[in-house]
Write a protein that binds this ligand. Structure first.
Ligand code: PEP
Length: 267
């Protein structure tokens, strides 16, 4: 029997859906999951709305007692104070968020998020009792040079060298090659597996078997219901971080059901 971590399918809505659209989406999505008899024990499902929609998602999830998770797409590194426009980890935790995306390539590109800032975000998320979804992955340039694995592992290492084992085992890592995000160019199942395996081995060497075997490593980059099945069959791919396809409730529910029906679990 192949032992698996409980997979996670997380939808990153980016800057899409106001709170009314978010409520409409989650209503339809929950109905689709119920209609298709999705077994929530077999797959964690998370939605990552804009800050302005988190409260609406929370109200819907709690009032319908849905086993759906949700979180945010970024967080401030500071706890409170004169930081206009920022949102703290404690504020997100108070809304019932259980995870926060940290270091997404779009944040690294459009905001001053360097390695030090990303470590501080990870720490802030962990301290507030949530899980960071740490995004790493090479650009097309690094892939052309054949250094994609070293690059992705290096980005993980830049964060984990400042964490202890208890913190590290609560990470979720998303391997998202930048060239695959929103482009329709998906990594092959083998290259997603190679990256996830390399990251897991680095966790094993840096920390322990316990940490390496516990951390979920997601693949992200143009995942659809067409390619999800081959990707999720890889041993070290524990689910997906999904952008474009997470804006379509039918498509997201379809991917969740593909993941839920794959393999046996070690949870
Ligand atoms: C993402 O933004 O994290 C992502 C993977 O986007 P897409 O699925 O659209 O490539």
């Amino acid at each position: 029997m192949v032992l698996r971590r409980k997979p996670l399918v997380a939808g990153n809505w980016k800057m899409n859906f106001n709170h009314r659209e978010a409520t409409y989406f989650i209503h339809k999505f929950a109905w689709l999951l119920r209609d298709s008899h999705t077994d929530y024990h077999l797959c964690d499902i998370a939605l990552m709305p804009s800050f302005t929609s988190i409260r609406s998602v929370q109200v819907f999830v709690e009032s319908n007692k849905l086993p759906l998770l949700y979180g945010a797409q970024a967080v401030s590194v500071t706890a409170q104070g004169a930081f206009t426009g920022d949102v703290s980890a404690d504020m997100l935790a108070a809304l019932g968020c259980s995870m926060v995306i940290v270091g997404h390539s779009e944040r690294r590109k459009y905001h001053p998020e360097d390695d030090a800032n990303i470590v501080d975000q990870v720490r802030a998320v962990l301290a507030a009792g949530m899980q960071p979804i740490l995004c790493v992955g090479e650009s097309f340039e690094e892939r052309k040079q054949g250094i994609e694995l070293d690059f992705a592992v290096g980005q993980v290492h830049d964060v984990t060298r400042d964490l202890d084992s208890q913190q590290a085992e609560r990470l979720i890592i998303a391997y998202e090659p930048v060239w695959a995000i929103g482009t329709g160019m998906v990594a092959t199942a083998q290259s997603a597996q190679d990256a996830a395996f390399a990251i897991r081995e680095d966790l094993r060497n840096t920390f322990s078997d316990t940490v390496a075997d516990k951390v979920r490593i997601l693949y992200g980059g143009s995942v659809t219901s067409e390619n999800a099945s081959s990707l999720i069959q890889e041993n070290d791919v524990d689910g997906f971080l999904i952008g474009g396809a997470a804006l379509d409730a039918n498509e997201l529910a379809h991917i969740v059901n593909i993941v839920a029906s794959n393999g046996s679990l070690n949870v």
